[in-house]
Design a protein around this ligand. Structure first.
Ligand code: BTN
Length: 257
């Protein structure tokens, strides 16, 4: 399998002139999230996308590095200027994972969401998402493995890609446009339509009904993940009762022995 380096702008235009007009392509940058935050301060409009081929200092959650091999992956950041109050912005984490998972349906993948915002296929991570706020804006950073077939040793989570799952190279421009279409739909649901979003998110959750171990500030909790509450908190059934979890450093499935 081979894939050509560099995004094809004319292909994106052919698929969606509307999205093509809202994409800022930067050949190389440290991090698209940083670029999007910088451009937000300069007035970048709602629902714009910062896309790059090469990130030299891609960031993951909890300060981890994120690598996106050029020509093989997607590294981009979607900028929103939400009308909804800031208290609801944490919901964009759920929005983003769900939007990517739904977009992958169109490429024949059975993608699931892993709280708070990873996307997994067959128990392997295919996409990581980093949501950050910047003044009156929200930046949704997306790192998706599209045509990578070899991953470095020692990753925190085993990884997969669209190409590995399907046995053939995927057209990156098509994947990108599909994600943008779903992102637009789902990002408009953090207010009054959030219940519908949650219902769909719950049905796609890889952890739901399974035994998980959460770790926050060194404290571990184990229980069964029952889904998300109406506010998007994780519901964990432990020996002590039902707990509502807003944040965790790590969460993983506990394999039954
Ligand atoms: C994670 O799973 O830890 C989140 C990874 C997020 C990576 C993406 S790649 C595009 C954007 N720019 C960054 O520096 N990070 C996000």
């Amino acid at each position: 399998m081979t894939s050509e380096e560099s995004w094809d702008g004319s292909r994106i235009r052919a698929l969606s002139p509307e999205w093509a007009a809202k994409i800022i392509f930067i050949d190389e940058c440290a991090s698209t999230n940083d670029e999007a935050r910088r451009l937000a301060r300069e007035g970048l409009v709602h629902e714009s996308l910062v896309l790059t081929e090469r990130q030299t200092a891609g960031r993951g959650r909890r300060g981890q590095a994120w690598s996106c091999p050029p020509g093989e992956s997607l590294a981009c950041s979607f900028l929103l200027r939400p009308e909804e109050p800031m208290q609801l912005w944490s919901r964009f984490s759920l929005v983003a994972g769900l939007a990517v998972a739904e977009a992958l349906d169109g490429f024949g993948l059975a993608a699931e969401v892993k709280w708070p915002n990873d996307v997994w296929v067959h128990e392997r991570k295919i996409c990581g998402i980093l949501v950050e706020s910047a003044g009156d804006s929200v930046v949704i950073g997306i790192g998706l493995n599209i045509n990578t077939v070899k991953f470095p040793e020692g990753l925190v989570h085993p990884a997969t890609s669209i190409a590995l799952e399907n046995g053939e190279v995927a057209e990156r421009e098509g994947v990108l446009v599909a994600i943008l279409d779903r992102l637009r739909i789902r990002s408009r649901q953090i207010g009054s339509s959030f219940a519908e979003l949650l219902e769909t998110w719950n049905t796609r959750c890889v952890l739901r009904g399974k035994r998980v171990m959460l770790q926050t500030n060194g404290i571990r909790k184990t229980g069964v993940m029952e889904g998300l509450s109406a506010n998007g908190e994780l519901l964990l059934r432990t020996a002590e009762g039902l707990e509502r979890i807003l944040h965790a450093d790590t969460i993983r499935l506990v394999k039954s022995s």
